[in-house]
Ligand binder design. Structure first.
Ligand SMILES: C[S@@+](CC[C@H](N)C(=O)[O-])C[C@H]1O[C@@H](n2cnc3c(N)ncnc32)[C@H](O)[C@@H]1O
Length: 282
């Protein structure tokens, strides 16, 4: 069977994906090729020629990606920190910008022994698992409301010590047993204002309740602020991801709770407001 240049297949894939409006066509083309070959993306050039079946398999995935099916659904995985998570239909795909929350949280935990950490709105379990991987001494809890997301989280946590809870972060008695015991609350909640235009990957494939949260995007965050104020021990911290329109509103919500202090907002790598932090007073 004739072998064909992989480079040309990737160029063609990039062209198709760019035409379909995919945001990062070259990256996606290379990741699809790497997935089909079972190779690392950085080592694709070590395989200059490939069989026709490989070109066809790449073409099939590119065809689906051009329909704006999330790349991670096609590959079956996404990354958070040191952890690779299984993802697919029915669960929110972890995003690179959420790594910033993780980094802030891990830095905050440095020097604290046996910290108690809670991941509110865990989805696949991304943040909880990433913290557990970095901090073997931590007691890590994760909570999620959606049964399908819970099933993905359960799968990802199969051989992990993270304690997964089925629950609603708006419930007034959630985690009553952890009151004033928690060192760090991490939360990437649904925060997009209902009615905001989003790309097809989000609008058609992320669950609605994972993305949108009331007309101002703050419905779940309001509860998360109150819950954090209750759960945190003195000197503990909360870190909440938010919409780039929330640079003032989320810090304001945190500041309404007198027990929360040192409220700060933080940008993402593109310079957009992305997450807010606060410390529980001693
Ligand atoms: C933006 S996703 C984030 C998932 C994960 N933390 C991540 O970063 O990949 C928000 C998650 O919150 C869950 N969720 C929404 N409302 C909730 C509630 N009231 N209580 C618990 N989880 C909720 C959704 O089902 C979804 O999995």
């Amino acid at each position: 069977m004739s072998r064909q240049p992989l480079r040309l297949a990737i160029m063609e894939a990039e062209r198709i994906l760019a035409e379909a409006g995919v945001a990062s066509p070259r990256t996606d083309a290379e990741l699809i090729a790497a997935h089909v070959l079972g190779a690392e993306r950085g080592k694709l050039m070590l395989t200059p020629l490939v069989d026709r079946q490989v070109i066809e398999a790449i073409g099939q995935l590119v065809h689906q990606r051009a329909k704006r099916i999330p790349l991670q659904h096609l590959l079956g995985w996404a990354v958070m920190g040191a952890v690779t998570l299984q993802v697919g239909p029915g669960v929110f795909v972890p995003r690179p910008e959420t790594e910033l929350l993780l980094e802030w949280g891990l830095e905050f935990l440095a020097g604290r022994e046996h910290p108690v950490v809670v991941d509110l709105c865990t989805g696949t379990g991304a943040l909880a698992l990433a913290v557990a991987a970095e901090r073997p001494d931590a007691e890590v809890h994760a909570v999620e409301i959606d049964p399908t997301a819970l099933a993905w989280a359960r799968r990802n946590m199969e051989s992990s010590r993270v304690r997964l809870h089925s629950g609603d972060v708006t419930a007034p008695d959630l985690f009553a047993e952890l009151d004033a015991r928690v060192d760090l609350v991490l939360c990437n909640p649904p925060y997009v204002p209902v009615g905001t235009a989003v790309p097809p990957e989000v609008g058609e494939h992320d669950p609605f309740k994972a993305v949108f949260s009331g007309s101002d995007g703050l419905t779940v965050i309001r509860h998360v602020v109150n819950l954090s104020a209750r759960l945190l021990k003195p000197g503990g911290a909360v870190v909440i991801e938010h919409d780039d329109t929330h640079a003032e509103s989320v810090p304001e919500l945190l500041a309404t709770r007198k027990v929360l202090t040192d409220v700060e907002d933080h940008d993402d790598l593109a310079g957009r407001p992305r997450f807010a932090t606060a410390i529980r007073t001693s």
